[in-house]
Design a protein around this ligand. Structure first.
Ligand SMILES: Cc1cc2nc3c(=O)[nH]c(=O)nc-3n(C[C@H](O)[C@H](O)[C@H](O)COP(=O)(O)OP(=O)(O)OC[C@H]3O[C@@H](n4cnc5c(N)ncnc54)[C@H](O)[C@@H]3O)c2cc1C
Length: 452
Protein backbone atom coordinates (compact mmCIF):
# COMPACT_ATOMS: atom_id res chain seq x y z
CA UNK A 1 0.00 0.00 0.00
CA UNK A 2 1.40 3.42 -0.91
CA UNK A 3 1.05 6.56 1.20
CA UNK A 4 2.43 10.07 1.13
CA UNK A 5 3.48 9.78 4.78
CA UNK A 6 3.87 6.85 7.14
CA UNK A 7 3.89 7.86 10.79
CA UNK A 8 5.06 5.35 13.37
CA UNK A 9 3.49 5.90 16.79
CA UNK A 10 -0.03 7.21 17.42
CA UNK A 11 0.62 9.21 20.56
CA UNK A 12 1.01 12.99 20.96
CA UNK A 13 3.54 13.62 18.19
CA UNK A 14 2.20 11.04 15.76
CA UNK A 15 -1.46 12.03 16.10
CA UNK A 16 -0.61 15.72 15.73
CA UNK A 17 1.40 15.12 12.55
CA UNK A 18 -1.20 12.76 11.09
CA UNK A 19 -4.00 15.25 11.71
CA UNK A 20 -2.02 18.07 10.10
CA UNK A 21 -1.01 16.01 7.06
CA UNK A 22 -4.54 14.64 6.60
CA UNK A 23 -5.97 18.16 6.66
CA UNK A 24 -3.40 19.12 4.02
CA UNK A 25 -4.97 16.52 1.73
CA UNK A 26 -2.25 13.87 2.04
CA UNK A 27 -2.65 10.09 2.38
CA UNK A 28 -1.34 9.10 5.79
CA UNK A 29 -0.72 5.75 7.50
CA UNK A 30 -0.65 6.18 11.29
CA UNK A 31 0.86 2.97 12.61
CA UNK A 32 0.55 2.06 16.30
CA UNK A 33 1.76 -1.10 18.03
CA UNK A 34 -0.90 -0.92 20.76
CA UNK A 35 -4.07 -2.78 19.84
CA UNK A 36 -6.55 -0.57 21.66
CA UNK A 37 -7.25 2.96 20.39
CA UNK A 38 -7.73 3.85 24.07
CA UNK A 39 -4.18 2.81 25.05
CA UNK A 40 -2.19 5.57 26.74
CA UNK A 41 1.21 6.39 28.15
CA UNK A 42 1.34 6.00 31.92
CA UNK A 43 4.76 7.49 32.69
CA UNK A 44 3.96 11.13 31.97
CA UNK A 45 3.10 14.11 34.14
CA UNK A 46 1.06 15.59 31.20
CA UNK A 47 1.58 19.25 32.17
CA UNK A 48 1.69 20.88 28.73
CA UNK A 49 3.59 24.16 28.84
CA UNK A 50 2.11 27.39 27.49
CA UNK A 51 4.56 27.41 24.59
CA UNK A 52 2.36 24.75 22.96
CA UNK A 53 -0.81 26.83 23.33
CA UNK A 54 -0.72 28.26 19.78
CA UNK A 55 -0.25 24.84 18.22
CA UNK A 56 -3.00 23.32 20.39
CA UNK A 57 -5.40 26.05 19.25
CA UNK A 58 -4.34 25.91 15.62
CA UNK A 59 -4.77 22.13 15.55
CA UNK A 60 -8.21 22.40 17.14
CA UNK A 61 -7.08 20.35 20.18
CA UNK A 62 -7.45 23.03 22.86
CA UNK A 63 -11.26 23.14 23.07
CA UNK A 64 -11.76 19.34 23.04
CA UNK A 65 -9.13 19.08 25.80
CA UNK A 66 -11.11 21.55 27.91
CA UNK A 67 -14.31 19.64 27.16
CA UNK A 68 -12.59 16.51 28.52
CA UNK A 69 -11.94 18.32 31.78
CA UNK A 70 -8.40 19.68 31.26
CA UNK A 71 -7.20 22.19 33.87
CA UNK A 72 -5.75 25.46 32.59
CA UNK A 73 -2.88 27.09 34.48
CA UNK A 74 -2.41 30.79 33.82
CA UNK A 75 0.45 31.42 36.22
CA UNK A 76 2.71 29.35 38.47
CA UNK A 77 4.06 30.69 41.73
CA UNK A 78 7.77 29.93 42.07
CA UNK A 79 9.26 29.68 45.52
CA UNK A 80 12.60 31.25 46.30
CA UNK A 81 14.30 31.80 49.62
CA UNK A 82 13.71 35.54 49.14
CA UNK A 83 9.95 35.11 48.72
CA UNK A 84 7.51 33.85 46.10
CA UNK A 85 7.75 34.90 42.49
CA UNK A 86 4.10 35.70 41.89
CA UNK A 87 2.81 35.42 38.31
CA UNK A 88 2.12 38.87 36.86
CA UNK A 89 -1.69 39.39 36.75
CA UNK A 90 -1.92 40.88 33.24
CA UNK A 91 0.72 38.61 31.82
CA UNK A 92 1.20 37.89 28.13
CA UNK A 93 2.48 34.44 29.06
CA UNK A 94 0.35 31.76 27.34
CA UNK A 95 -1.49 29.30 29.60
CA UNK A 96 -0.44 25.73 30.33
CA UNK A 97 -2.89 22.85 30.32
CA UNK A 98 -3.09 19.48 32.04
CA UNK A 99 -5.16 16.46 30.98
CA UNK A 100 -4.20 12.98 32.12
CA UNK A 101 -2.88 10.79 29.33
CA UNK A 102 -5.70 8.28 29.90
CA UNK A 103 -7.94 10.96 28.40
CA UNK A 104 -5.51 12.86 26.17
CA UNK A 105 -4.15 9.95 24.13
CA UNK A 106 -7.54 8.48 23.11
CA UNK A 107 -8.78 12.00 22.36
CA UNK A 108 -5.90 12.75 19.99
CA UNK A 109 -6.12 9.32 18.40
CA UNK A 110 -9.85 9.86 17.81
CA UNK A 111 -9.24 13.21 16.13
CA UNK A 112 -6.41 11.84 13.96
CA UNK A 113 -8.30 8.66 13.03
CA UNK A 114 -11.37 10.67 11.98
CA UNK A 115 -9.36 12.99 9.74
CA UNK A 116 -9.99 12.28 6.04
CA UNK A 117 -6.93 10.71 4.43
CA UNK A 118 -5.61 9.17 7.68
CA UNK A 119 -5.60 5.37 8.08
CA UNK A 120 -5.13 4.59 11.78
CA UNK A 121 -3.57 1.11 11.90
CA UNK A 122 -3.60 -0.11 15.50
CA UNK A 123 -1.94 -3.39 16.47
CA UNK A 124 0.85 -2.88 13.90
CA UNK A 125 4.34 -2.90 15.33
CA UNK A 126 7.05 -1.60 13.01
CA UNK A 127 9.80 -4.21 12.80
CA UNK A 128 11.68 -3.17 9.67
CA UNK A 129 12.28 -0.37 7.20
CA UNK A 130 12.14 -0.30 3.41
CA UNK A 131 15.39 1.26 2.27
CA UNK A 132 16.36 2.34 -1.25
CA UNK A 133 19.87 1.58 -2.59
CA UNK A 134 20.40 5.38 -2.47
CA UNK A 135 20.03 5.25 1.32
CA UNK A 136 16.61 6.87 1.35
CA UNK A 137 13.97 5.41 3.67
CA UNK A 138 10.92 4.47 1.59
CA UNK A 139 8.58 2.60 3.91
CA UNK A 140 8.11 0.31 6.89
CA UNK A 141 7.50 -3.35 7.59
CA UNK A 142 4.92 -4.10 10.29
CA UNK A 143 3.94 -7.13 12.30
CA UNK A 144 0.54 -7.81 13.83
CA UNK A 145 1.99 -10.27 16.30
CA UNK A 146 2.14 -13.42 14.13
CA UNK A 147 4.59 -14.32 11.41
CA UNK A 148 2.82 -12.27 8.75
CA UNK A 149 4.43 -9.02 7.64
CA UNK A 150 2.87 -5.98 5.96
CA UNK A 151 4.91 -3.59 3.83
CA UNK A 152 3.79 0.03 3.67
CA UNK A 153 5.51 2.37 1.25
CA UNK A 154 5.58 6.15 1.52
CA UNK A 155 7.59 9.20 0.44
CA UNK A 156 8.24 10.15 4.04
CA UNK A 157 8.56 7.93 7.11
CA UNK A 158 8.12 9.72 10.44
CA UNK A 159 9.42 8.18 13.64
CA UNK A 160 7.00 9.32 16.36
CA UNK A 161 7.66 6.22 18.42
CA UNK A 162 9.04 7.69 21.60
CA UNK A 163 12.39 7.92 23.35
CA UNK A 164 13.41 4.33 22.56
CA UNK A 165 12.50 4.87 18.89
CA UNK A 166 12.58 1.60 16.94
CA UNK A 167 12.53 3.60 13.71
CA UNK A 168 15.70 5.45 14.70
CA UNK A 169 17.38 2.20 15.70
CA UNK A 170 16.42 0.47 12.45
CA UNK A 171 17.68 3.49 10.49
CA UNK A 172 20.97 3.44 12.45
CA UNK A 173 20.51 7.02 13.64
CA UNK A 174 23.16 8.13 16.14
CA UNK A 175 21.89 8.70 19.68
CA UNK A 176 23.29 11.35 22.02
CA UNK A 177 22.48 10.44 25.59
CA UNK A 178 23.13 12.49 28.76
CA UNK A 179 22.63 11.67 32.45
CA UNK A 180 19.77 12.79 34.62
CA UNK A 181 20.76 13.09 38.27
CA UNK A 182 17.23 13.33 39.64
CA UNK A 183 14.42 10.81 39.98
CA UNK A 184 10.74 11.56 40.29
CA UNK A 185 7.43 10.47 41.75
CA UNK A 186 3.99 12.03 41.74
CA UNK A 187 0.44 11.32 42.79
CA UNK A 188 -3.02 12.93 42.61
CA UNK A 189 -5.25 14.25 45.38
CA UNK A 190 -8.91 15.10 45.62
CA UNK A 191 -9.69 17.97 47.94
CA UNK A 192 -6.16 19.36 48.30
CA UNK A 193 -5.76 23.05 49.09
CA UNK A 194 -2.80 24.96 47.77
CA UNK A 195 -1.16 27.65 49.86
CA UNK A 196 1.27 29.33 47.49
CA UNK A 197 0.44 32.02 44.93
CA UNK A 198 -0.74 31.35 41.36
CA UNK A 199 -2.84 28.43 40.19
CA UNK A 200 0.06 26.01 40.69
CA UNK A 201 3.42 26.12 42.47
CA UNK A 202 7.00 25.10 41.78
CA UNK A 203 9.68 24.72 44.47
CA UNK A 204 13.16 24.81 42.98
CA UNK A 205 15.17 23.66 46.01
CA UNK A 206 18.81 22.79 46.01
CA UNK A 207 19.10 20.34 44.39
CA UNK A 208 15.59 18.90 44.64
CA UNK A 209 12.47 20.21 42.91
CA UNK A 210 8.77 19.86 43.71
CA UNK A 211 5.56 20.88 41.96
CA UNK A 212 1.88 21.19 42.79
CA UNK A 213 -0.29 21.46 39.68
CA UNK A 214 -4.03 21.45 39.01
CA UNK A 215 -5.11 18.59 36.75
CA UNK A 216 -8.34 17.45 35.13
CA UNK A 217 -11.44 16.56 37.15
CA UNK A 218 -10.40 18.96 39.90
CA UNK A 219 -7.44 16.79 40.93
CA UNK A 220 -4.23 18.23 42.33
CA UNK A 221 -1.02 16.62 41.14
CA UNK A 222 1.87 16.74 43.59
CA UNK A 223 5.28 15.72 42.27
CA UNK A 224 8.77 15.50 43.73
CA UNK A 225 12.07 15.40 41.83
CA UNK A 226 14.82 14.68 44.34
CA UNK A 227 18.49 14.37 43.46
CA UNK A 228 19.68 10.80 43.28
CA UNK A 229 21.59 10.99 46.56
CA UNK A 230 18.14 10.48 48.14
CA UNK A 231 17.31 7.39 46.14
CA UNK A 232 18.06 5.04 49.05
CA UNK A 233 15.59 6.90 51.28
CA UNK A 234 12.85 6.56 48.65
CA UNK A 235 13.71 2.95 47.85
CA UNK A 236 13.42 1.98 51.50
CA UNK A 237 10.01 3.54 52.10
CA UNK A 238 8.74 5.29 49.03
CA UNK A 239 5.38 6.58 50.25
CA UNK A 240 6.71 7.73 53.63
CA UNK A 241 9.66 9.50 51.99
CA UNK A 242 7.30 11.19 49.53
CA UNK A 243 4.96 12.32 52.31
CA UNK A 244 7.87 13.68 54.37
CA UNK A 245 9.19 15.58 51.42
CA UNK A 246 5.83 17.19 50.62
CA UNK A 247 5.04 17.99 54.26
CA UNK A 248 8.22 20.06 54.50
CA UNK A 249 7.63 22.21 51.43
CA UNK A 250 7.46 25.87 52.42
CA UNK A 251 3.83 26.98 51.91
CA UNK A 252 3.17 23.49 50.53
CA UNK A 253 -0.29 22.09 49.85
CA UNK A 254 -2.65 21.21 52.73
CA UNK A 255 -3.36 17.51 52.35
CA UNK A 256 -4.83 16.68 55.76
CA UNK A 257 -8.43 16.38 54.52
CA UNK A 258 -7.47 15.37 50.99
CA UNK A 259 -7.79 11.90 49.46
CA UNK A 260 -4.95 10.41 47.49
CA UNK A 261 -6.52 8.82 44.41
CA UNK A 262 -3.56 7.07 42.76
CA UNK A 263 -0.42 5.17 43.58
CA UNK A 264 2.89 6.96 43.32
CA UNK A 265 3.94 7.06 39.66
CA UNK A 266 7.51 7.74 38.62
CA UNK A 267 10.90 6.48 37.61
CA UNK A 268 14.33 6.35 39.18
CA UNK A 269 16.32 6.90 36.01
CA UNK A 270 15.42 8.81 32.88
CA UNK A 271 18.42 9.90 30.81
CA UNK A 272 18.10 12.65 28.20
CA UNK A 273 18.26 11.44 24.60
CA UNK A 274 18.73 13.48 21.44
CA UNK A 275 18.80 12.48 17.76
CA UNK A 276 19.00 14.38 14.49
CA UNK A 277 15.35 15.20 13.63
CA UNK A 278 16.00 14.81 9.88
CA UNK A 279 18.68 12.13 9.84
CA UNK A 280 18.25 10.54 6.41
CA UNK A 281 16.49 11.20 3.11
CA UNK A 282 12.86 10.17 3.46
CA UNK A 283 13.03 10.05 7.27
CA UNK A 284 12.09 12.50 10.03
CA UNK A 285 11.88 12.11 13.81
CA UNK A 286 9.43 14.04 15.99
CA UNK A 287 8.58 14.22 19.69
CA UNK A 288 10.62 12.06 22.04
CA UNK A 289 12.11 10.14 19.12
CA UNK A 290 14.03 13.34 18.29
CA UNK A 291 14.46 14.80 21.79
CA UNK A 292 13.54 13.15 25.07
CA UNK A 293 14.33 15.73 27.73
CA UNK A 294 14.54 15.73 31.51
CA UNK A 295 10.94 15.48 32.84
CA UNK A 296 11.57 18.16 35.52
CA UNK A 297 10.76 21.21 33.36
CA UNK A 298 7.81 19.30 31.78
CA UNK A 299 8.75 20.06 28.21
CA UNK A 300 8.21 16.73 26.41
CA UNK A 301 4.50 16.89 25.51
CA UNK A 302 4.87 20.45 24.27
CA UNK A 303 7.89 19.49 22.17
CA UNK A 304 5.89 16.55 20.75
CA UNK A 305 2.96 18.77 19.71
CA UNK A 306 5.22 21.49 18.36
CA UNK A 307 7.81 19.41 16.51
CA UNK A 308 4.98 17.48 14.79
CA UNK A 309 3.31 20.71 13.69
CA UNK A 310 6.66 22.14 12.51
CA UNK A 311 7.37 19.01 10.47
CA UNK A 312 3.96 19.16 8.79
CA UNK A 313 4.35 22.91 8.14
CA UNK A 314 7.75 22.36 6.54
CA UNK A 315 6.98 19.31 4.42
CA UNK A 316 3.25 19.14 3.52
CA UNK A 317 3.65 21.19 0.36
CA UNK A 318 6.64 19.21 -0.88
CA UNK A 319 4.76 15.96 -0.19
CA UNK A 320 1.78 17.23 -2.13
CA UNK A 321 4.11 17.56 -5.11
CA UNK A 322 5.23 21.13 -4.78
CA UNK A 323 8.98 21.00 -4.24
CA UNK A 324 12.02 19.22 -2.84
CA UNK A 325 11.35 17.00 0.17
CA UNK A 326 15.00 17.14 1.18
CA UNK A 327 14.93 20.93 1.29
CA UNK A 328 11.70 20.77 3.30
CA UNK A 329 13.33 18.40 5.79
CA UNK A 330 16.24 20.79 6.22
CA UNK A 331 13.74 23.51 6.98
CA UNK A 332 12.19 21.25 9.65
CA UNK A 333 15.63 20.68 11.17
CA UNK A 334 16.12 24.45 11.38
CA UNK A 335 12.77 24.90 13.14
CA UNK A 336 13.76 22.14 15.57
CA UNK A 337 16.75 24.20 16.75
CA UNK A 338 14.36 26.02 19.08
CA UNK A 339 14.05 22.75 20.99
CA UNK A 340 17.77 22.00 20.69
CA UNK A 341 18.65 25.30 22.39
CA UNK A 342 16.41 24.57 25.35
CA UNK A 343 17.55 20.97 25.47
CA UNK A 344 21.19 22.04 25.82
CA UNK A 345 20.21 24.10 28.88
CA UNK A 346 17.95 21.35 30.20
CA UNK A 347 20.78 18.83 30.10
CA UNK A 348 22.84 21.09 32.37
CA UNK A 349 19.91 21.46 34.78
CA UNK A 350 19.47 17.68 34.80
CA UNK A 351 22.90 17.40 36.45
CA UNK A 352 21.36 18.88 39.63
CA UNK A 353 24.34 21.12 40.24
CA UNK A 354 24.26 24.31 42.35
CA UNK A 355 23.06 27.40 40.50
CA UNK A 356 25.48 30.12 39.52
CA UNK A 357 25.50 33.51 41.26
CA UNK A 358 23.92 35.09 38.20
CA UNK A 359 21.13 32.54 38.12
CA UNK A 360 20.45 33.25 41.78
CA UNK A 361 20.46 37.00 41.21
CA UNK A 362 17.94 36.80 38.37
CA UNK A 363 15.59 34.63 40.38
CA UNK A 364 15.82 36.87 43.45
CA UNK A 365 15.15 39.91 41.27
CA UNK A 366 12.04 38.24 39.83
CA UNK A 367 10.47 38.27 43.31
CA UNK A 368 10.03 42.03 43.14
CA UNK A 369 10.45 42.90 39.46
CA UNK A 370 7.35 41.95 37.39
CA UNK A 371 9.20 42.29 34.09
CA UNK A 372 11.85 39.78 35.11
CA UNK A 373 9.09 37.56 36.53
CA UNK A 374 7.31 37.73 33.17
CA UNK A 375 10.49 36.81 31.30
CA UNK A 376 11.14 33.95 33.71
CA UNK A 377 7.61 32.68 33.05
CA UNK A 378 8.05 32.98 29.26
CA UNK A 379 11.27 30.97 29.60
CA UNK A 380 9.66 28.41 31.91
CA UNK A 381 6.70 27.98 29.55
CA UNK A 382 9.08 27.67 26.58
CA UNK A 383 7.01 30.43 24.99
CA UNK A 384 9.95 32.35 23.50
CA UNK A 385 13.58 31.73 22.63
CA UNK A 386 15.82 31.22 25.72
CA UNK A 387 17.23 34.70 25.04
CA UNK A 388 14.00 36.13 26.47
CA UNK A 389 15.65 35.53 29.84
CA UNK A 390 19.26 34.69 29.10
CA UNK A 391 20.51 38.03 27.87
CA UNK A 392 22.81 40.68 29.33
CA UNK A 393 19.95 43.21 29.66
CA UNK A 394 18.08 40.98 32.10
CA UNK A 395 21.22 40.34 34.14
CA UNK A 396 22.03 44.05 34.41
CA UNK A 397 18.43 44.87 35.33
CA UNK A 398 18.48 42.16 37.99
CA UNK A 399 21.76 43.30 39.54
CA UNK A 400 20.84 47.00 39.48
CA UNK A 401 17.42 46.24 40.97
CA UNK A 402 18.86 44.11 43.74
CA UNK A 403 21.46 46.74 44.63
CA UNK A 404 18.77 49.44 44.76
CA UNK A 405 16.64 47.36 47.12
CA UNK A 406 19.52 46.36 49.40
CA UNK A 407 19.24 48.15 52.78
CA UNK A 408 22.09 50.63 53.35
CA UNK A 409 24.78 49.71 55.81
CA UNK A 410 23.45 46.22 56.44
CA UNK A 411 23.69 42.80 54.98
CA UNK A 412 21.47 42.14 51.97
CA UNK A 413 19.60 39.33 53.67
CA UNK A 414 18.95 37.92 57.08
CA UNK A 415 21.03 34.88 57.99
CA UNK A 416 17.88 32.76 57.78
CA UNK A 417 17.29 33.85 54.23
CA UNK A 418 20.87 33.34 53.24
CA UNK A 419 20.35 29.75 54.33
CA UNK A 420 17.55 29.38 51.81
CA UNK A 421 19.09 31.26 48.95
CA UNK A 422 17.16 31.26 45.69
CA UNK A 423 18.43 30.06 42.36
CA UNK A 424 18.70 30.85 38.72
CA UNK A 425 16.36 30.64 35.79
CA UNK A 426 15.90 26.93 35.84
CA UNK A 427 17.98 26.03 38.82
CA UNK A 428 17.17 25.14 42.37
CA UNK A 429 17.39 27.14 45.58
CA UNK A 430 20.19 26.49 47.98
CA UNK A 431 20.10 25.41 51.55
CA UNK A 432 16.53 24.23 52.05
CA UNK A 433 15.93 20.61 51.23
CA UNK A 434 12.83 18.85 52.46
CA UNK A 435 13.76 15.66 54.24
CA UNK A 436 15.82 14.38 57.12
CA UNK A 437 18.15 15.30 58.69
CA UNK A 438 17.23 18.81 57.74
CA UNK A 439 14.95 21.40 59.32
CA UNK A 440 11.53 19.99 60.26
CA UNK A 441 8.18 21.54 59.37
CA UNK A 442 7.53 22.54 63.00
CA UNK A 443 10.74 24.50 63.38
CA UNK A 444 10.59 28.15 62.44
CA UNK A 445 11.97 28.82 58.99
CA UNK A 446 12.36 31.91 56.86
CA UNK A 447 9.14 33.87 56.29
CA UNK A 448 8.83 32.97 52.70
CA UNK A 449 5.97 35.21 51.68
CA UNK A 450 7.78 38.35 52.89
CA UNK A 451 9.37 40.51 50.24
CA UNK A 452 12.99 41.64 50.64
C1 LIG B 1 8.31 10.40 34.25
C2 LIG B 1 7.96 11.32 33.13
C3 LIG B 1 7.17 12.43 33.37
C4 LIG B 1 6.86 13.31 32.33
N1 LIG B 1 6.09 14.39 32.58
C5 LIG B 1 5.83 15.28 31.60
C6 LIG B 1 5.07 16.45 31.83
O1 LIG B 1 4.57 16.72 32.93
N2 LIG B 1 4.88 17.32 30.81
C7 LIG B 1 5.41 17.08 29.58
O2 LIG B 1 5.24 17.92 28.68
N3 LIG B 1 6.12 15.97 29.32
C8 LIG B 1 6.33 15.07 30.28
N4 LIG B 1 7.04 13.94 30.01
C9 LIG B 1 7.48 13.69 28.63
C10 LIG B 1 6.33 13.15 27.75
O3 LIG B 1 5.74 12.03 28.36
C11 LIG B 1 6.87 12.77 26.38
O4 LIG B 1 7.70 13.81 25.93
C12 LIG B 1 5.75 12.57 25.36
O5 LIG B 1 4.96 11.46 25.68
C13 LIG B 1 6.34 12.35 23.98
O6 LIG B 1 5.31 12.04 23.09
P1 LIG B 1 5.63 11.22 21.77
O7 LIG B 1 4.34 11.21 21.00
O8 LIG B 1 6.84 11.73 21.13
O9 LIG B 1 6.01 9.76 22.27
P2 LIG B 1 5.20 8.70 23.16
O10 LIG B 1 4.13 9.37 23.90
O11 LIG B 1 6.22 7.93 23.90
O12 LIG B 1 4.51 7.75 22.09
C14 LIG B 1 5.21 6.85 21.28
C15 LIG B 1 4.17 5.97 20.57
O13 LIG B 1 4.83 5.13 19.65
C16 LIG B 1 4.32 3.81 19.77
N5 LIG B 1 5.37 2.90 19.29
C17 LIG B 1 6.58 2.68 19.86
N6 LIG B 1 7.29 1.79 19.15
C18 LIG B 1 6.51 1.44 18.09
C19 LIG B 1 6.68 0.53 17.00
N7 LIG B 1 7.79 -0.19 16.84
N8 LIG B 1 5.67 0.39 16.10
C20 LIG B 1 4.52 1.11 16.25
N9 LIG B 1 4.31 1.96 17.27
C21 LIG B 1 5.29 2.12 18.18
C22 LIG B 1 4.02 3.68 21.25
O14 LIG B 1 3.11 2.62 21.53
C23 LIG B 1 3.42 5.07 21.55
O15 LIG B 1 2.04 5.11 21.28
C24 LIG B 1 7.35 13.05 31.02
C25 LIG B 1 8.14 11.93 30.79
C26 LIG B 1 8.44 11.07 31.82
C27 LIG B 1 9.28 9.86 31.55
Amino acid sequence: MDYDVIIVGASIAGCTAATAYGRAGLRVALVERQRSPRAHKTLCGHFVLGGAHDVLRRMGFWQPMLEHGAAVTTGLGVWTGAGWIVPPPDSTVPPAVSLRRSKLDPLLRGIAGATPGVDLLVGHRVVGLVEEPSGAVAGVVTSGGGSERTVLRGRLVVGADGHRSTVARLARVAEDSAPNRRFLFWTYYEGATTNGPGDGQVWPLDPDVAVCIPSDDGLTQVGVFPAKDRLAEFTAERVAAFDRFVARLPDGPSLAGARRVSNLVGTTDYPCVRRDPAPRPGLALIGDAATASDPVPAVGCGWAFRSAAWLADATAEALAGGGSLQRALRSYRRAHRFIDRYDALGRREALAEPPTALQRAVRTAAVSDPEIARRLAMFGMRAADPSVLLNPGVVVRALVGLRARRPRGGPSRTPARRQAEPTGPAGPAQGLRPGPPRRTADEPGPRLTDRP
